[in-house]
Design a protein. Sequence first.
Length: 241
Amino acid sequence: MVTDLFRERFRLKQTIVTITAQKRDHLEAAKEEIKVQRALLEEYIREDPFFMLTLEPYDLPIDEAPPIVEEMVRAGSAVGIGPMSAVAGTIARFALEAMIGAGATHAIVDNGGDVALVTDRMVLMGIYAGSSPLKNLAFEIPPLAKPFGICTSSGTVGPSISFGSADAAIVFSEDVPLADAAATALGNAVGDDSPLAVSFSVVDRPEIEGALVIRGEEMALWGDLPPLRRANLRSDLITRA
């Protein structure tokens, strides 16, 4: 049975998340975990500022690094880019796991378009592609008992670094940090005029279930994706600065 849900926009420095939960204590669990993980990451960056700056795979020793650093390094290296490419998805996944630990069976953490979720019901997940005329589209996400990642990068929307021309590059994976890094890599691979299908080679790996790219009036899909539906999307639910 569908019950009332709690939704809260939470900001901590550069991290801006929209959290959806069944109970208020699930929201609090997510917020506390975000504070913990950001503190661990910030301390590591103070010790090694190169970690935040490099756009290449981070190859320095991380034996004594906190798990958030290990996860970001692993995800970025898997697709040949720097660890900060996975920061939003990794924080979202830690927050989601805290909510699950608090008893949540339906929880969504949207960290600026990088989403980690579990759900006991069907969810419509809207696609925001900036000025592209391809609007009011949503994925119909089925119930998911395990954490799942739906992460988005863009060369035209938001403050994140992208070297491509995608209005939206979306990656689906059970590995949320990898989904985030792979979305960045996919967005980087979308040129101004190149065929969109060519860009999917950077995410063609077993851990990634599917991907979608929007560039202007064009859209291309790859792999195993949930059904696309027409939906009247609410702009107030877009998590952005």
